[in-house]
Ligand binder design. Structure first.
Ligand SMILES: Nc1ncnc2c1ncn2[C@@H]1O[C@H](COP(=O)(O)OP(=O)(O)OP(=O)(O)O)[C@@H](O)[C@H]1O
Ligand SMILES: [Mg+2]
Length: 442
C-alpha cells in the first residue's frame, strides 16, 4: 500500500517538475526571440503601426506579452485575462536569459503563471519586454494525472485487501479443519486422531504433537478406566462374602462360639479390604508424585539381615532358607525400600517350591546398585512375565478368591522404584528360577 502511494507521489512530482521546466523554457525562448527581433529587425514605431501582427504571432490565450518604453504605457499589451504580474528583475539585452530570472505569480482566477522581463535597444530607444505564461492547460493536465494516480492507488488497495483476505482464508483452512476435529474429541472418542494427509508441511509438527498428546491421554484414560473397573471388582468380592456370612448367621439363633467365629472371619476379610485400600491409596499418591521420598544412607547388609530376620518364621513354615549376600551403602527412603524388599521376599516365600532356597543379593553394576531376590518355583510363560507388575494381576487365577493376595505387591514395588528414579526387572535365568532385580541409579 505504502509502496504504491510512494510510487504514485514520485511520478506526480517528476511530472510536475518537467511541466514547469517546459513552461519556463518556452517563456524564456519567446522573450529572447522578441528582444532579438526588436534589436535587429523591428522598431517600436513599426510595432505601433500594426499591433495585430504581433498579437497573431502569439500562440494562445494563455500567453502574456508587454512591450513599451519604461515609465510609459506599453505599446503592445497582450494580456487577455488581465493577470497581475509579479515584480520582475530586468535582464539587460546582452546578458543571456537564465531560469533564475523567472518569477512565479497567480492570475485573478488563481492560475499560476511564470514571467520574465528583459530590455532591448530598438532604433536607439530603450524598450522593455515582458513575457509570461498562464499555466491553465498544464494545471488541468496535472490535475487529471493526480486523479488517475488516486484511482490507481485506491484500486491497488482494494485488490491487495481482497487478495490478502482470500489468501488468509485459504491458508487458515487446515487450522479450521483441525479446530472442528479437535472439538469433536470427547472422552468417549479419545481414539480418533487428526488427519495429517492434506495438512501443509508447516502444520505437520503441530498435528503430530497433537496426535501424540491424544495417544498419551487415551492411554492414561484407558488405564484409569481399567483400574476403576478392577477396583470395583476387587472390593465387590470380599464385601459380597462378608454379607453372605452375615446373612447365613442371621437366619437362626447361633451360639456365642459361632458368633465369635463369624466375627473373627469377618475381621479377617475386613483386614484384607483395609490392606487393599491402603495399597490403592499408596499407588494413587505415587502416581501423583505426592509421596515425598526422604533419602538416607542405608547399609544394605543391615537391611538384608533385617528382612531375613523378619521373614524367618514364615520361611521355616515352608522349609525355605533365606540366604543373603553383599554389602554397600545406598541413598534411599528406608520405609519405601523395606516395603519393596518385603513385597519381593513375601512373594518369594509364597511362590517358591517348598524346601528350596531364597537368595537375596546386593551387587554393583555399571554404577548402579542392584538388589536381587531369587527363588525356585514353577516356570512362568514369557508373556506372563511382562504382566506381573500390572495392578491386580495374579499369576494363578485360583488365588483370586484367596484372602491374602491382592495382586498389588509388584505394582507397589514398581511405583517405589519409579519414585527413586530406578526400575524393577524380572528374569528367569534358568527355567524354574525366577529373579527380581531392583535397579537403583548410582
Ligand atoms: N517370586 C515369584 N515366583 C513366582 N511367581 C511370582 C513371584 N512373585 C510374583 N509372582 C507372580 O506375580 C503375581 C503378582 O504378584 P504380586 O506381588 O503383584 O501380587 P500377589 O502376590 O498375588 O498379591 P499381593 O502381593 O498384593 O498380596 C503373583 O500372583 C504371582 O503369580
Ligand atoms: Mg505379592
Amino acid at each position: 500500500m505504502f509502496t504504491v502511494s510512494g510510487a504514485g507521489w514520485y511520478l506526480y512530482a517528476s511530472m510536475k517538475q518537467s511541466v514547469m521546466q517546459r513552461t519556463d523554457h518556452a517563456v524564456l525562448a519567446r522573450l529572447d526571440h522578441f528582444r532579438k527581433l526588436l534589436r535587429y529587425d523591428l522598431t517600436l514605431d513599426n510595432l505601433k503601426g500594426s499591433p495585430q501582427l504581433f498579437e497573431n504571432m502569439l500562440d494562445s490565450e494563455e500567453d502574456i506579452f508587454l512591450i513599451g518604453e519604461p515609465g510609459k504605457a506599453p505599446v503592445i499589451s497582450v494580456n487577455p485575462q488581465r493577470a497581475p504580474l509579479p515584480e520582475l528583475p530586468v535582464v539587460p539585452q546582452d546578458v543571456a536569459l537564465r531560469d533564475t530570472d523567472l518569477r512565479s505569480g497567480t492570475s485573478l482566477q488563481g492560475v499560476p503563471l511564470r514571467a520574465a522581463s528583459s530590455t532591448a535597444l530598438s532604433g536607439g530607444v530603450e524598450v522593455r519586454l515582458t513575457a509570461a505564461h498562464l499555466m491553465v492547460k498544464e494545471m488541468a493536465m496535472l490535475e487529471s494525472f493526480r486523479q488517475r494516480i488516486y484511482a490507481a492507488i485506491t484500486l491497488a488497495f482494494l485488490i491487495t485487501a481482497l487478495l490478502g483476505y482470500v489468501l488468509l482464508r485459504r491458508g487458515l483452512r487446515p487450522l479450521r479443519r483441525m479446530t472442528a476435529h479437535a472439538s469433536d474429541i470427547t472422552p468417549a472418542r479419545l481414539h480418533t486422531r487428526l488427519d495429517s494427509q492434506d495438512t501443509p508441511v508447516e502444520l505437520q509438527p503441530l498435528v503430530d504433537a497433537f496426535n501424540a498428546m491424544l495417544e498419551r491421554l487415551d492411554d492414561g484414560y484407558q488405564r484409569l478406566t481399567q483400574f476403576s473397573a478392577d477396583l470395583a471388582h476387587e472390593i465387590r468380592t470380599p464385601v459380597g462374602s462378608l454379607m453372605g456370612h452375615c446373612q447365613v448367621a442371621l437366619r437362626q439363633t447361633r451360639s456365642v462360639d459361632e458368633y465369635q467365629a463369624l466375627l473373627a472371619s469377618n475381621l479377617e476379610e475386613l483386614e484384607r479390604i483395609s490392606r487393599l485400600i491402603e495399597s490403592i491409596l499408596f499407588l494413587a499418591r505415587a502416581d501423583e508424585a505426592q509421596a515425598v521420598i526422604e533419602r538416607q544412607p542405608l547399609s544394605l547388609q543391615d537391611e538384608l539381615q533385617r528382612i531375613a530376620g523378619y521373614f524367618e518364621g514364615l520361611a521355616e513354615e515352608r522349609q525355605l532358607n533365606i540366604q543373603t549376600s553383599g554389602d554397600g551403602v545406598l541413598q534411599a527412603d528406608p520405609i519405601l525400600l523395606r516395603r519393596a524388599l518385603s513385597n519381593l521376599v513375601a512373594n518369594a516365600i509364597r511362590y517358591a517350591d517348598p524346601g528350596s532356597e531364597i537368595l537375596v543379593r546386593v551387587k554393583q553394576h555399571a554404577g548402579h546398585w542392584l538388589i536381587e531376590v531369587e527363588n525356585q518355583g514353577p516356570p512362568l510363560a514369557e508373556a506372563a512375565l511382562g504382566k506381573l507388575f500390572d495392578r491386580f494381576y495374579r499369576g494363578d487365577a485360583s488365588r483370586h478368591q484367596s484372602s491374602d493376595s491382592n495382586g498389588l505387591g509388584l505394582a507397589i514395588v514398581a511405583a517405589i522404584m519409579h519414585l527413586h528414579g530406578g526400575r524393577v526387572a524380572v528374569a528367569q535365568p534358568v527355567a524354574g528360577r525366577i529373579c527380581f532385580t531392583l535397579v537403583f541409579p548410582g
